[in-house]
Design a protein around this ligand. Sequence first.
Ligand SMILES: CC(=O)SCCNC(=O)CCNC(=O)[C@H](O)C(C)(C)COP(=O)(O)OP(=O)(O)OC[C@H]1O[C@@H](n2cnc3c(N)ncnc32)[C@H](O)[C@@H]1OP(=O)(O)O
Ligand SMILES: CC(C)C(=O)C(=O)O
Ligand SMILES: [Mg+2]
Length: 553
Amino acid sequence: MPYERYRSYRPLVLADRTWPDRELTAAPRWCSVDLRDGNQALIDPMDPARKLRFFETLVGMGFKEIEVGFPAASQPDFDFIRQIIEEDRIPDDVAIQVLVQCRPELIDRTFEAIRGAANAVVHFYNSTSTLQRRVVFGLDKGGIADIATSAARLVRKMADTVPGTNVVYEYSPESFTGTEPDFAVEICEAVMAVIEPTADRPIILNLPNTVEMYGPQVYADVIEWFGRTIRDRDAVILSVHPHNDRGTAVAAAELAQLAGADRVEGTLFGNGERTGNVDVVNLALNLFSQGVDPRLDVSDIDALKHVAEHCNRLPVHPRHPYAGDLVYTAFSGSHQDAIKKGMAALDEDYEAWEVPYLPIDPKHVGRTYEAIIRVNSQSGKGGVAYLMDTEHGLDLPRRLQVEFSKEVQAVTEASGTEIKAGELWEVFTRTYLPDDAGVRLLSSETTTSGEHATRVTAQVLVDGHHRTLTGEGNGPVAALVEGLRAELGVELSVRDFHQHALTEGTEASAAAYVEMVGPAGRTAWGVGIDSSTLDAGLQAVISAANRLRSSVG
Ligand SMILES: CC(=O)SCCNC(=O)CCNC(=O)[C@H](O)C(C)(C)COP(=O)(O)OP(=O)(O)OC[C@H]1O[C@@H](n2cnc3c(N)ncnc32)[C@H](O)[C@@H]1OP(=O)(O)O
Ligand SMILES: CC(C)C(=O)C(=O)O
Ligand SMILES: [Mg+2]
């Protein structure tokens, strides 16, 4: 790899940085750029219906600033902006934002687009990086600053053409991360000298990580330095607009906020140019998971994902933070075990969420517990037991969990894939409750004489032949075991027995589990499910006897 053809880039080192000691305690001012930066990066840009659906979703989430397009760049963008203004679809407390290059004819058209809107952010930008100055514009710093200040004069003048609109100005020194920080301050101050912002009517200065050229810690240093250096800081909303070229846009946005950024521009699930814009859902849920109000409603994350996937015509990855199909799922055995125990230890109305391997309660983003644990060949008894409990209401004793999970593992290893709850039930019934078992209980009568003597008379089929068994013991289970021992002529004894009621709504009302020891010390569990507790216990004995017989055979 020809690494020597690349240069590390660190425009500034802030020795007295303060951001590492700060904490995020409040949400930033959010701005969605889905309908502009996201849309301009799509293979198929959104049609009007998709744009409208996305816009309404963003409003519903609580965004107060939404970049709705680049109206001078395309007729569909222009028409969409006219549509939401003319159809009165913009809530009073929401400002639409429009992007425009620093070019007079484009600025004129932009103001035409926003006429009639109550609140609009006019966002103008030009590239300020050393590279673009040289290869794209062929201009020195003065020439680049002139582009910005001429545009600032024009937007200020054009605001008079939309008297009913509260116009807020936003300026971006685009490709900021390739710009010398002192030149960025110089050009922003030159723009401010034209716009004349005040604390009551601040300007938004947006410092984009247009291409993520350096790590998040360098971005934070530069943002902190910029915030300390820019004049009239109280007349500035310091905004960041991270892209994800290095895969660290979320970190860059968070560190930039620690370093003083007030506002974040990004998209849902990180759609956007190349590797995308910063993912605002991720940022919001990072705050949420630290006990900070994210000021964005992400409580139905699947609905948001559905809208984004439909409108962008791009999928959200199954491992995408907080949103992916698999992110509240554990396949591996020890994780499943810990989650199962963690869930059991949590009260229904817990004070603070604490479950191993799950940073947030899936319910808070509209996901369900059912999807948390899924079983494949990497899974252990915990996951199998969890599904048997949550999906089928069976609380398997620990050693039965161990035994049954081996049966399940054999199936998942052979299939090479996940086993769903329905198929798990099939494996369970095939193993413990098969229809074609050699010994079958037809009916039974139980009589008790004295404290320790229970007598069972059972009608059974043994390999298709009718038999009447009798036995005595200190309970029906022990009595039936004695009868079976005599009939089958093998050593049988009970090692463990559990039973529990089944939840309402199921036909059977009891489940029983018997661990039996057979010839040569072999053990096997048996399971009985029946409307009567007594019969469930007897069925469990028959089930275990069948399993011991077949293991001997
Ligand atoms: C990082 C970002 O996301 S920035 C946003 C990028 N998004 C877009 O550009 C999408 C929408 N843009 C477009 O569709 C087109 O650029 C249009 C329709 C606005 C303009 O189209 P055209 O005029 O045909 O030209 P094109 O984009 O190629 O123009 C480039 C020219 O504009 C100049 N230019 C580019 N950006 C800017 C700017 N921000 N301010 C001033 N001039 C600019 C270039 O230097 C170049 O000048 P030249 O023609 O003298 O060489
Ligand atoms: C227009 C600007 C803010 C932009 O999208 C970028 O630099 O990424
Ligand atoms: Mg961008």
